[in-house]
Ligand binder design. Structure first.
Ligand SMILES: Nc1ncnc2c1ncn2[C@@H]1O[C@H](COP(=O)(O)OP(=O)(O)O)[C@@H](O)[C@H]1O
Ligand SMILES: [Mg+2]
Length: 224
């Protein structure tokens, strides 16, 4: 696998990508074209079963397209709907530790852990047992894990589906801050079926009947 330099801007490009699961005749994704070539908060809206998770699997290479080209030059971190399915360790620090994939000194490790916890609004949570966190705090820990492993592109698959309104907002704002950072903004692609989340995005597209629309400004987005 390629190494990505810290300052490299991730690039994702789909050209006429079609996909169907084995045994299915109809394309779930049909001639999908899009590009993400700058940092920001990108959102894809789609109903249940419209192929949103499948689109993410095509991006991160878990599945291959039937037709078309997927060009993905990014160091991808994933955030899933249920954080309990991805957090492995008993406390925040140990969870972050297993995500550090560099040989750095203890001092640097401690600084890095503090820094990413600050970035997701979990300042001082190093020793907190994971089972004492709320769902939203767990989601923000999974985002911190992506940051601590130097991911430059975060794919979030309906990360607020299990959260209450307050936690939903905190997770949205965390990604908004990270993607609009003036020094080192990251790229995030957020998949959702919740229309009200679109206002936080820089650009929005809709997945419907296999087709992905072009990127639109949230304020001009037309939901049919
Ligand atoms: N591994 C699989 N094999 C066969 N069909 C699948 C598989 N995963 C998903 N599907 C089907 O593909 C459709 C879209 O699934 P998915 O991408 O998970 O949609 P969404 O995330 O938008 O809810 C659904 O009808 C689902 O049943
Ligand atoms: Mg899904």
């Amino acid at each position: 696998m390629r190494d990505f330099s810290e300052n490299e801007i991730p690039y994702i490009h789909f050209e006429d990508v079609s996909f169907s699961y084995p045994g299915k005749k109809e394309n779930l994704i049909f001639k999908c074209n899009f590009t993400i070539k700058k940092p920001g908060f990108w959102m894809v809206l789609g109903k249940n079963g419209s192929g949103k998770s499948t689109l993410l699997k095509l991006i991160n290479g878990i599945i291959k397209p039937k037709n078309g080209i997927v060009n993905c030059q990014a160091n991808i971190g994933m955030v899933f709907q249920n954080p309990d399915h991805q957090i492995l360790m008993p406390n925040c620090r140990s969870e972050l530790l297993i995500n550090i994939n560099q040989h750095i000194s203890d001092n640097e490790i401690n600084k890095k852990i503090k820094y990413v916890l600050d970035q997701v609004g979990l300042t001082g949570f190093e020793k907190r047992p994971v089972h004492t966190l709320s769902g939203g705090q767990k989601q923000r820990l999974t985002i911190a894990c992506a940051l601590v492993s130097n991911r430059n592109f975060i794919l979030l698959d309906e990360p607020t589906a299990l959260l209450d309104k307050n936690s939903q907002l905190k997770v949205l704002k965390t990604i908004k801050n990270l993607t609009s950072d003036s020094k080192k903004p990251i790229s995030a692609l957020w998949i959702t079926h919740r229309y009200e989340e679109l206002t936080y995005a820089d650009a929005v597209a809709e997945l419907r009947n296999g087709f992905l629309s072009g990127w639109q400004e949230p304020s001009k987005f037309q939901y049919n």
